[in-house]
Design a protein. Sequence first.
Length: 205
Amino acid sequence: MCHQLDPRFFEELDNMDPQDVCRRALCENGPAAGAYLIRAWGTDYIVKPKERVIVPRQDGMPPVNTETGLSIIFYLLKAVDAPLSGQWISEKELTGGTTFFRGPHAVPVGLIEEKFDDDLDAFKKACENMGGTPLDMADASYSFPVLPRVPVAMLFWPADEEFDARARMLFDRTIESHLPIDIIFGISEELCFRLSGKSSAVSWY
């Protein structure tokens, strides 16, 4: 993905009704006029459409990287006012997912398998440090509130004498109502990078 957001995304957001955006996206009007305050990846961000920037609310936080910035701006533009389905699905069950999520677009769960291998406790600790909520799936699994209406789950089975480590990512079925498939892929990359401690996309601010 590109390392700079298209200004047209901000222009489109600037032309929207702020009350409608806040209702759909479960965000708030920001501390400055025309701005939005949204929680993503456990951090509060301020989106300023007129200035074409997305910045962490708290001083000292790292700049917004490409994947996070794209997911926030697309979510504000496209989110719908709908409850979670409560049904977890894989990337291949998304519309067009079977053909899209392969090759360079395969969800990089190998990063998780390589990082944690047979260490289930280390996986749990990493998930809890990222604010994950335990789920009753796999040997261990956690849900992460990536965006207000977009939880993402990571499942993990550690390696043993018979099998290699396995990881799997799941999404609430409503995710494709809020985000296009390429942004969903970006979120999947970002979660794998963050959990595995790898460096993610470069910052664009």
